[in-house]
Design a protein around this ligand. Sequence first.
Ligand code: TXA
Ligand code: MG
Length: 353
Amino acid sequence: MSDSVTTKTVKITGSKSDEKNLQYAAELIRQGKLVVFPTETVYGLGGNATDPTAAKKIYEAKGRPSDNPLIIHIAEPRDAELYAYTSPTYYKLAASFMPGPLTVILPKKDTVPASVTGGLDSVAIRCPSHSIAHSLIEKAGVAIAAPSANLSGKPSPTCAEHVIDDLLGRVDMIIDGGESEIGLESTIVKLDGEKAILLRPGGITFDALCCVLDDVTINPAVAEQLAANERPLSPGMKYKHYAPSAPLTLLSGDEKKVTEFLLAEQKAQRTAILCYDEEISLLKGDSNGELLIPIGNRDDLDAQARSLFAALRKADSLGAEKIYAHLPNMNGLGLALYNRMIRAAAHTVKNID
Ligand code: TXA
Ligand code: MG
């Protein structure tokens, strides 16, 4: 799509005009146009999932390689039947986690064009819980294919301002529904009969999946770097993703020594620090703290998940030349934070003892 498209931006405010705006957005989807909408994870760049031309427009608007498949969003878990070959395991997951931040990969039916799945014979299905997303899909009467609504290589958008920065003039409509509740993209699970493989950690944790399924494993690419010649299970894993412009280094090691290191580094150049709220006064010293970007309390993983992508964008907008953050541990939601941060850092970790 060229840069000359006029983008209509609307805010959903709980008023009477919401219904009219959502009807209009649904009509745009049916016409093969592009609508950005909020979900509980991040904003999605949506188009008709059964229309190959809409898929092509999505890839163009994002500047995304067309071998990286899209997730299709449905209004009810059973709507998966229209697009994929389901299984009892799918319905087990659906009963516990849908609607919600879970994407399930299943064998695809012919109703989904090859351009949506990047030529794969599987399709990623998600039933979002966000009321605006749900209402839009229901009104459109068709599944909505939607990657995260960022330009390829930028962090996923967690508010309408991020979307406007990236996609104004490239999409037909942007629906502003406020800040994303979770802030990291959905958990992706690939099903192979009874077996489940976690491809991307998110709001539904590995432990939560283990409570429902007997056979779940974590794909090694979630936490480790792929060898140059390795083919990932999920095409998205081979791309750098979520990257800020300035190099990000993750720090581990003794807390006091990490603080000393950061205090020294701060003086050297425009160094942004994604810090815990408790660290602000310590790291601020006598500076104005402009480049300190708090991401939540040390133990509040929900808050950190919500603020991470906005923090990475902020580091860029402040003109940071270097960025530091703490290496998260991999427990619970920590695994999702670890997965996003380690990739944003291109696996650069510095241990300070
Ligand atoms: O929370 C989310 O999942 C958001 C919102 C908008 O729903 N969407 C999102 O989409 O994050 P996207 O396109 O940015 O990430 C989808 C990931 C990609 O890494 C892609 O490679 C993978 O899912 N994927 C999609 N279909 C797949 C398939 N059939 N097999 C393996 N991986 C697949
Ligand atoms: Mg994405």
